[in-house]
Design a protein around this ligand. Structure first.
Ligand code: SAM
Length: 272
């Protein structure tokens, strides 16, 4: 395939065959896996998977690439090239429409970096039946997604991702592995979905909002961030922290998810 890469869609094609193989190896797919690929591009990873899956749903926004891929996989009944924007597509319905039996669902993708966060958010929040994600992202984002509490990269994105999944940093990828070469380094990570949830599903959107508020100004204390966001007094928030044995100067980036959930529970009751 010899189409010019389109910058607006984050097209950096993976040309290093060793890296492609390592990604697919890490995905550990088999004929009982339903694979979702976001942005198959010129099919560099797709090609390595098509013969080993139960079914493959590949979403490509670029009509030129989608047309070529459709031609290429015309005779493969288990490969569906879906032209369009993954972010607005009803992927849940696409999964429901798959007739082939499968035992697990995995996302395998070299993501378009300009929409990494919305893609991961959609995968985590809307598509709760996905078991694992093996994804290439920008190196800095990989650090944030896999950061532990007190790491300098620990952020709202780390908490949200780790609320839904257990992350694993797999390996770093240099710009030379792509054409055209991106200006940034990349990394492949794995996110394994957790079945246990610390917050009941009816409170999930409030909890996610709480996390965004808690990290809104990361250098500020929780007392400052939460007082402002919830229109509470400093004493209200302060009492909550003290009742949990925490310092009044605690910041969100020093607290584990379990502790943040406890604070959320108390603040929520204060708001009723
Ligand atoms: N998988 C290919 C590879 O590794 O060589 C291409 C990866 S490239 C980084 C990202 C791909 O995502 C491009 O093919 C791009 O057209 C596609 N893409 C960008 N935005 C998209 C969206 N919203 N929905 C679906 N595909 C998208």
């Amino acid at each position: 395939m010899n189409l010019k890469a389109k910058k607006k869609w984050g097209q950096n094609f993976l040309v290093d065959s060793t890296i492609r193989e390592r990604i697919v190896q890490q995905a550990n797919i088999n004929p009982e896996t339903l694979v979702i690929e976001i942005g198959p591009g010129q099919g560099s990873i797709t090609t390595l998977m098509v013969d080993h899956v139960a079914h493959l749903l590949a979403y490509e926004i670029d009509p030129d690439l989608a047309r070529v891929l459709k031609g290429q996989y015309q005779s493969y009944k288990k490969v569906e090239i879906i032209e369009g924007d993954f972010l607005i597509r009803d992927v849940k319905q696409d999964i429901k429409n798959v007739k082939t039996p499968y035992k697990s669902i995995k996302v395998v993708a070299n993501l378009p970096y300009y929409i990494t966060t919305p893609i991961i958010t959609k995968l985590m929040l809307e598509l709760d039946n996905i078991d694992e994600l093996i994804i290439m992202v920008q190196y800095e984002v990989a650090l944030r997604l896999t950061a532990s509490v007190k790491d300098s990269d620990y952020s709202a994105l780390s908490v949200i991702t780790q609320y839904y999944s257990e992350p694993e940093f797999l390996f770093k990828v240099p710009p030379q592995a792509f054409r055209p070469q991106p200006k940034v380094e990349s990394a492949v990570i794995k996110l394994i979905r957790l079945n246990k949830r610390l917050v009941p599903s009816n409170l999930e959107s409030e909890w996610l909002e709480f996390i965004r508020f808690a990290f809104q100004q990361p250098r500020k204390t929780l007392v400052n961030n939460l007082t402002k966001a919830y229109n509470l007094t400093k004493d209200d928030v302060g009492e909550t922290l003290v009742s949990l044995g925490l310092s009044l100067t605690s910041r969100a980036d020093s607290l584990r998810i379990e502790t943040l959930v406890k604070i959320f529970d108390i603040i929520r009751l204060k708001m009723i």
